[in-house]
Design a protein. Structure first.
Length: 325
């Protein structure tokens, strides 16, 4: 299968790219920074195309001849109109161009941010109540995807029915070591900061209830692979780990990796016990048989961060992994 992918050098995208190539697919990778991962140019079945997702015409031409589109790249803006223009408009344009080009399958990367604060107990059927621009943009784009079933020939007059299958993946917190040398990590610096504090023997004040259902980029890439190879249509999948892990748990994992450190974890003064929110991932297991436990991947990610921060504290230079919009 020939697959057009946006954001193929990012936190999630680099692993989706790697996983799809290993599965024997041919890729057209549309990215702002193909030079960031030199190995991309050496892959036999990967064609890098340099471009910004706001370069709509370039992007529309690059997907021609592909069987599927996986849209991972994030468009960001600081105002409602910018967010709409840089993410929703881009995705809807890409979707229509894919339909016109005869693409069979379109996968959109949304987010659990569509739920807003009401994530506890949420599943794919939960009504979306976003409480920020990012979540609103993702929710709006989802509605365009599921609603794009046919064109109009006039006001209220229904026209041609679309043929493209449209599916949605809602990742939670997704972390990664670079899949390739020079690759990206997630933009959140908390892993880095925890590693640095542990190496310096500092006391970390971290809540026992601040955390999430972590999933690694390598794990979530398996969801993209299964979905792009499927015949499913208009389906939504929450892609998170099965269990809750707190940032305090992560800090303790890191401490265990640095024998002799004086670092310790204490809760914030006056912290009130509460039940962490938990998103249901039953559908992921029911349809694809996936139930992800990220514990080992979290330890490896901490080990990687600790090694990097040890070099930084010794005055060595490390490459920038915080690859963001």
């Amino acid at each position: 299968m020939k697959i057009f992918i946006t954001g193929g050098t990012g936190n999630i995208g680099q692993y989706v790219t790697k996983t799809l190539l290993e599965a024997g697919h041919e890729l057209v990778a549309y990215t702002r920074t193909p030079e960031r991962i030199p190995q991309f140019g050496k892959q036999k079945h990967l064609t890098p195309v340099k471009g910004n997702i706001l370069d709509l015409e370039i992007m529309g031409k690059a997907l021609r001849g592909c069987d599927a589109v996986i849209h991972i790249a994030l468009g960001w803006g600081n105002t409602p109109v910018e967010m709409l223009d840089h993410d929703t408009r881009v995705t809807v344009f890409l979707l229509e161009k894919a339909e016109q080009a005869g693409v069979k399958n379109f996968i959109y990367t949304s987010s659990t941010a569509v739920f807003g604060r009401n994530q506890d107990g949420a599943d794919e059927t939960t009504f979306c109540t976003p409480d920020d621009l990012y979540g609103s943009t993702k929710a709006a784009t989802e509605k365009y995807l599921t609603g794009f079933r046919q064109y109009y020939t006039g006001q209220g007059v229904r026209g041609a029915v679309v043929k493209i299958r449209r599916n949605i993946i809602r990742p939670g917190y997704t972390f990664s070591n670079p899949a390739y040398e020079g690759g990206a990590s997630q933009s959140d610096t908390r892993f880095r900061d925890i590693a640095r504090s542990i190496l310096k023997g500092e006391t970390l004040v971290i809540s026992e209830y601040d955390g999430t259902q972590f999933i690694s980029s390598a794990q979530i890439a398996q969801v993209y692979l299964k979905l792009v190879e499927s015949e499913l249509d208009e389906e939504i999948f929450l892609a998170l780990g099965a269990s809750f892990t707190s940032w305090a748990d992560i800090a303790r994992m890191g401490i265990d990796l640095v024998p002799g450190t004086a670092a310790r974890v204490i809760p914030p003064e006056g912290e009130v016990k509460r039940r962490p929110a938990h998103v249901k991932v039953d559908k992921l297991k029911r349809v694809f048989g996936f139930s992800f436990d990220a514990a080992e991947e979290l330890r490896e990610h901490l080990r990687w961060n600790i090694d990097r921060e040890r070099k930084v504290l010794q005055g060595q230079t490390v490459h920038d992994v915080y690859h963001v919009w």
